[in-house]
Ligand binder design. Sequence first.
Ligand code: SF4
Length: 283
Amino acid sequence: MSNDRRAELLGTAQALLEHLQLLLGGRICIPAQNAQNTTPAQRAEMDTSEVPQVPPRKDNRRRLQLDVSTLVPMASIFEQQGDFLAAQSLDELYQCIHTCTKCPLGTMRTNFVFGTGNPSADIVFIGEAPGADEDLKGEPFVGRAGQLLTKILAAINLERSDVYICNILKCRPPNNRTPQPSEIEQCKPYLYKQLSLIEPTFVVALGLTAAETLLGRKLKMSRVRGEWFDFYGARLIITYHPAALLRNPELKRDSWEDVQKLRRAYDEFLRSGVLPEPIGHVE
Ligand code: SF4
């Protein structure tokens, strides 16, 4: 091919690239050697200051940002299920941890209860531990308390598939007793890894066990219920566990106020990206 023909083809290709660059808002990078073959006028046209720039993303969402590796003791990283930290999705995480027997509950369960719902939910509901129905089905909140949670969600125009639902523990404690601190300590890294993959904007702690585990300190329900806390950039609200509402129906009124507050904050967030001011944070 003659030099003239090569120059002609290069010029055509150059013009096409410039045209595409203008069309796509500067998202094509023209190689420097091509620029050297252009005239000063053509180079002036290629100046990025004259090319429409891609506008910044209007995504002012603030979501949970959690580096789980900083929360998990080094020793446990190299123990059983240690590679769960590398999981890139909830499915991968499940595969890593569903055979866990790190604490005695692992040998007593019928089913491991991982969690259910939207894997990129804006709102995550966290209870205490699976009960008998959950243990049998391998799904959280499917018994009477779970049915009540479904109704509570419906009352604020949410379906179970809109949110994510899980527990602090993945295995049922015998006779539904309160989880022991050592069980929580061993299971908590799984929950935090789960949360870091979902990256919710709102976290709802259902009951005191969930609230104290997530905020890292002893709390009084009467003082913290319905208040906002910062949870690694997300907003956490505490309300009663649905099982407590079944035992004490008079608590339903408070619970209703809490979920209405959640709904209002979520609507405001969807509208403006603004989150409610927290009164406290994780310790
Ligand atoms: S409760 Fe958690 S730590 Fe204990 S065996 Fe089950 S998954 Fe493992």
